[in-house]
Design a binder for this molecule. Structure first.
Ligand code: UT7
Length: 329
């Protein structure tokens, strides 16, 4: 029997309607459109507003659209993973909240946190269940409401992040398409460069942690920038080398969208012309677990069955990785 592989057979994504532009940010902190665009490539980001609206709302919209689009019945889904750093609550997992809202009752569901690499970590994890033959319809969500942990008085981080996400359906294929190879990496010595200090078990929430702003994202941008460039370019080159792929063989590179300069540097180090690189950071900013599904969703109509696609991400932890997949439809 031919080898079972996990193929993406559908994608849907969603962003909230409200938009926060660079001009809006100029009124909130000392910054300007020219600095933001030249240093990051970001022009606007979407923000989820409304009382009691958590990341699950983004996931629900994405999965609802995915089920409709792929004619998948909720009862046939047998696993759902949600990659996020901004789950609705510490527990239960946001994956369960999404499943409940959509009447997905026959699946086991959990969240996975690998910061900005969450979607690719979850995709590889999910693919193993499909490849083993135990699970046949697996949904992977990447979604974040970053506005819930951004300090809108800190100009070095508030310009970067936005809210949004997407979901893919993974199904078994014996056609030699789907997820072909992956490299995932973690290095905990990067933990002090990008984190949310309080709210967990080490510093539970108190009036003092709130007053100190310890529930917001902290980032020391320059070391993260350097590690992101070297980490992503290394695993993109490695996955191509060990599979004898040249840039000519690859239809698209879908990189995590943290900074346009990082994307351009990684692309050039791996010899990818920018015309083959998915870039939509100008519209959404950094949506953490949401960036790669938002890219695949926007490029869906340009993707063809059999196209070689490389995904790559880098995030807090540090975490990073690359996936080589053959598009399945
Ligand atoms: O997705 C997870 C992984 N995250 C990333 O990959 C992000 C990696 N880091 C970055 O993208 C960049 O480091 C940032 C975009 C965060 C910052 O860009 P940078 O070129 O590294 O700027 P910087 O932090 O070195 O700051 C340069 C100057 C500083 O002023 P001085 O000290 O030179 O006078 C900052 O205070 O720019 C200043 N600055 C700003 N000026 C206007 C910082 N933020 C702003 C701002 N507007 N919003």
């Amino acid at each position: 029997m031919s080898k079972l592989q996990a193929a993406i057979t559908g994608i849907h994504a969603w962003v909230p309607a409200d938009v926060l532009t660079n001009k809006d940010l100029e009124k909130m902190v000392e910054t300007n459109d020219e600095w933001i665009v030249s240093r990051t490539g970001i022009k606007e980001r979407h923000i989820l507003k409304g009382e009691a609206m958590g990341t699950s709302h983004i996931g629900i919209q994405a999965v609802k659209g995915l089920l409709e689009k792929t004619n998948t019945r909720a009862e046939d889904v047998d696993m759902l993973i949600c990659a996020t750093v901004t789950g609705d609550m510490h527990f239960p997992d946001t994956a369960n909240i999404i499943a409940d809202a959509l009447d997905i009752r026959n699946a086991f569901c959990y969240d996975l946190n690998a910061a900005c690499s969450g979607f690719i970590f979850a995709l590889v994890t999910a693919s193993k269940f499909v490849e083993s033959g135990t699970h046949k319809k697996v949904i992977v969500v990447g979604a974040d409401k970053m506005s819930s942990i951004v300090d809108y008085t800190d100009r070095s981080t508030c310009i970067l992040f936005g809210d949004g996400g997407g979901a893919v359906l993974l199904e078994p294929s014996t056609e030699g398409i789907g997820i072909m190879d992956s490299i995932l990496k973690s290095d905990g010595s990067g933990q002090n460069y990008l984190y949310q200090k309080a709210g967990g078990s080490r510093y539970p929430p108190t009036a003092a942690t709130v007053a100190a702003g310890d529930h917001f994202i902290y980032q020391n941008g320059q070391p993260v920038f350097k590690a992101a460039v070297s980490g992503m370019s290394d695993v993109v080159k490695k996955i191509m080398e060990r599979n004898n792929l040249s840039a000519d063989d690859i239809a698209w590179l879908a990189p995590h969208q943290a900074n346009r300069r990082i994307i351009e540097t990684v692309s050039s180090m791996a010899d990818f012309p920018l015309e083959k690189v998915m870039i939509n950071i100008h519209k959404y900013g950094n949506t953490t677990s949401g960036t790669i599904p938002l890219c695949l969703w926007e490029w869906e109509s340009q993707l063809k069955k059999g196209d070689n696609v490389i995904l790559t991400a880098f995030g807090g932890g540090f975490t990073w990785g690359s996936i080589w997949l053959k598009w399945a439809y």
